[in-house]
Unconditional design. Structure first.
Length: 482
């Protein structure tokens, strides 16, 4: 079998050799190759994408005279030592932001070794108070709840910064006035303002448009708020709510709303809660509670939602929400979807405006200050750290990262921030915001309101009776503490 295959293979090869020889003998001679260059002109249309960079000039209106913004105190770069800094900003965005701000100050103050330490909210102050009482273990600098600083000063937990301020000529006009006043006790300052806040109205523009509302015009008054909610509420077939247009107690309390009636809660150093305007406020809020089936129903509805990006606004559980201005940074980070009736889910577009008012535009700002605990090891290094952290450069860095409001006005009107229409809307609200007024005889007087509010929402107390009871309890406590 193998021999036969080999014989056939050699026969085939022999035949091919013979054919090749015949063809070679018949072939024509190799032709002469002539090389000639010919110029050919042809129009060809070429399409290509070209990135065009335009220089754009953005005019930013800064509504404050620079001379009114104050000047930061100079840093003493010769000071050395170690500074342990306690704060409670543990979220990814804020932890990174505070580390960047500290890094700026580390560069400016190279002889000071800075260590930032995260402590959970609440625990940070409990631990500090215990350390001061024990005489050791306290940080060199701590983020204090600014409205609580007078109490910390009275309890000798915080160190007076007045000698440092006067020695270095720190200009208080660089900060919002109410933030400086909140940190003052008996004429001395116990903390330098670092951050403040502000409540604003957020609204979902796509849900507005779907409901037939102008997506660029939010409600401005109490009456308009109700009219908008009528169009934005969505019910399920069983009568329960799929979406609540708005609810006035999410993220803020009745005190915010009563400011918009023109009422001032602390007058001449004493709380005034039994005022007809405050009664009107609670009565108005109760109509919202009843509108949505009672207080427990509202609580149950909100309990369906979690934290960002699944909170009640990002998850389209409500079309309007009041929250701190810094909530804008979370919306920008998560870029939630607007869930529309046709099933489409475009990226949400939102707006920012002032709290709808009854008679006057009003707001309230809390916030924090940097303080030196009593008995801290390195007060000089701590003071230089505080000056840097409250100065424009560190404050601008913190604000750009978090969209939290800086207390330093030079940072607040940073041109990069002011070029953002959202930021401009936020800053406009600072014109009518106010801080907390310390009541020496009863710093925690608002504790008399919370439990009574709930009884009003549950229908167990009428607003006038609840506020009259609260007023009597407040007055009694202040009288005892004199």
């Amino acid at each position: 079998m193998n021999t036969l295959k080999a014989t056939r293979l050699w026969s085939t090869i022999a035949i091919l050799i013979i054919i090749a020889s015949v063809l070679a003998s018949c072939a024509t001679p190799t032709p002469e190759v002539i090389i000639q260059t010919v110029e050919v002109t042809k129009e060809v249309e070429v399409t290509r994408e070209v990135e065009v960079v335009k220089e754009v000039t953005v005019e930013v209106e800064v509504p404050m005279d620079p001379s009114q913004m104050g000047v930061a105190a100079p840093l003493n770069t010769e000071v050395s030592g170690e500074v342990e800094f306690w704060h409670f900003w543990g979220s990814p965005v804020r932890r990174a932001a505070i580390q960047r701000a500290v890094a700026i100050c580390q560069q400016k103050l190279p002889n000071i070794k800075m260590t930032e330490v995260f402590k959970p909210w609440g625990d940070i102050w409990t631990a500090n108070i215990a350390a001061v009482a024990a005489g050791s273990g306290m940080p060199d600098v701590i983020v204090e709840d600014r409205p609580m600083l007078p109490q910390r000063a009275r309890d000798e937990v915080a160190t007076s910064l007045q000698p440092f301020i006067e020695r270095d000529g720190m200009d208080s006009s660089q900060f919002w006035p109410f933030t400086w006043e909140e940190a003052t006790y008996e004429g001395e300052v116990y903390g330098i303002p670092f951050e403040t806040d502000l409540r604003v109205l957020f609204w979902n523009k796509q849900l507005f448009q779907e409901a037939g509302l102008d997506p660029n015009r939010p409600p401005e008054t109490w009456d308009e708020l109700l009219e908008y909610a009528d169009k934005l509420d969505v019910k399920n077939e069983d009568g329960t709510y799929q979406r609540i247009g708005f609810f006035p107690l999410w993220n803020i309390g009745p005190d915010f709303w009563t400011y918009t009636t023109g009422h001032t809660l602390v007058q001449d150093g004493a709380p005034v809660v039994n005022d007809p305007k405050f009664v009107e406020t609670l009565t108005w809020i109760k109509t919202w509670v009843d509108r949505y089936g009672g207080y427990q129903n509202v609580q149950n509805f909100k309990a369906q939602f979690g934290a960002a990006p699944n909170d009640i606004f990002m998850a389209n559980g409500t079309a309007m929400l009041i929250d701190v201005a810094g909530y804008h940074s979370q919306l920008s980070f998560y870029r939630p979807y607007a869930v529309l009736a046709d099933g489409s889910r475009p990226r949400m577009e939102w707006g920012i405006s002032f709290i709808p008012y009854k008679e006057v535009k009003a707001d309230w700002s809390g916030g924090f200050a940097l303080s030196i605990p009593k008995g801290a090891r390195n007060p000089e290094a701590a003071w230089e750290f505080i000056k840097c952290m409250s100065g424009p450069e560190a404050q601008i860095s913190w604000t750009r990262d978090t969209y939290a409001l800086p207390t330093n006005k030079n940072a607040a009107y940073d041109p990069v921030l002011m070029a953002d229409p959202y930021w401009k809307a936020i800053m406009e609200n600072m014109e009518w915001s106010q801080g907390t007024v310390y009541v020496p005889g009863y710093s925690n007087w608002t504790e008399q309101l919370g439990p009574r509010y709930e009884k009003v929402w549950l229908g167990e107390l009428d607003p006038a009776t609840a506020l009259q009871e609260a007023q009597a309890a407040i007055d009694e406590t202040i009288a005892k503490n004199k």
